[in-house]
Ligand binder design. Structure first.
Ligand SMILES: [Zn+2]
Ligand SMILES: [Zn+2]
Length: 273
């Protein structure tokens, strides 16, 4: 048993060739943000969208929800293959999650084509809420962004591994509190190594901002995302100067966050079977 996170995309705002907008798959079953090509990328990287338990949205800007309609459509079209599949849960900021789902259904024209409609179970999150899922404990705080935004911390009940995800946000001490001591912090770095001028660009972070949050939170590792390709090399260097254990995840890369330690007795059992 292990906790994994797969980077379905790491790009900012618009996708790049071979790199979708920032979106992540936890244990192959929990999608955090729906990048433009989420369903397609799951298939491309060896996952089955039919295994999706939940879609969490950090906020409802386009680069974080454009793939939602595709996921709903995919699950509905394949429904007959797995009629006993539990309903999909869609979880996101209380201010916008219903509107975004309604618009996704409008895009799918479910009024004209009722057979493509899929009714997920919706949870509206207020910043600060704690959620209990079957396999994860989920804590939240508000991001500092131009729309209501949620930063999440997921703790795997089986492994106790924890991953915090900033979503889009200006540098925010509350995210350091949320992420304190976690195994992996995935933080946006929209402006790369260019200092973020809050007076001009509110609601986003530089790589240095992300690294300072990681250092303040004493996390084990920091992954920089939501950073355009030309900015990435400088972003990595700038962040590592502040927080050495920083990396730039590759699209499609799966990171094992914290494997359960196998006790010697268990190992024997495993090898003898
Ligand atoms: Zn964004
Ligand atoms: Zn945004």
């Amino acid at each position: 048993m292990k906790t994994t996170i797969t980077f379905l995309g790491t790009a900012s705002v618009v996708p790049e060739a071979g790199n979708d907008t920032a979106s992540f798959l936890l244990n192959g079953t929990h999608l955090i943000d729906a990048g433009w090509y989420s369903a397609l990328n799951m298939l491309r990287y060896g996952f089955n969208p039919m295994d999706l338990d939940c879609v969490f949205l950090t906020h409802c800007h386009h680069d974080h929800y454009l793939g939602l309609a595709g996921i709903l459509f995919y699950l509905r079209m394949r429904q007959s293959e797995r009629p006993d599949r539990p309903p999909l849960h869609v979880i996101g900021p209380e201010a916008d999650i219903h509107r975004t789902l309604d618009r996704a259904h409008a895009y799918l024209q479910t009024d004209r084509f009722p057979d493509v409609g899929l009714d997920p179970v919706v949870t509206r999150v207020r910043p600060g809420d704690s959620l209990e899922r079957e396999h994860f404990e989920v804590a939240t705080v508000a991001g500092v962004h131009s729309v209501q935004a949620i930063a999440y911390r997921f703790t795997d009940k089986a492994t106790r591994a924890s991953i915090a995800i900033s979503g889009d946000t200006a540098r925010n001490p509350a995210i350091a509190d949320l992420a304190h001591g976690c195994d992996l912090l995935i933080h946006e770095a929209s402006s790369g190594a260019i200092p973020m001028d809050l007076a001009v660009h509110s609601g986003h972070s530089s790589a240095m901002d992300a690294a300072r949050v990681a250092a303040l939170a004493s996390v084990k590792r920091l992954a920089l995302v939501h950073c355009a390709e030309p900015l990435r090399p400088d972003a990595l260097a700038a962040a590592q100067a502040i927080f050495a254990n920083t990396f730039l995840p590759e699209p499609g890369e799966t990171v094992e966050v914290a494997p359960v330690r196998t006790l010697p007795g268990d190992r024997q059992k495993l090898t003898s079977n």
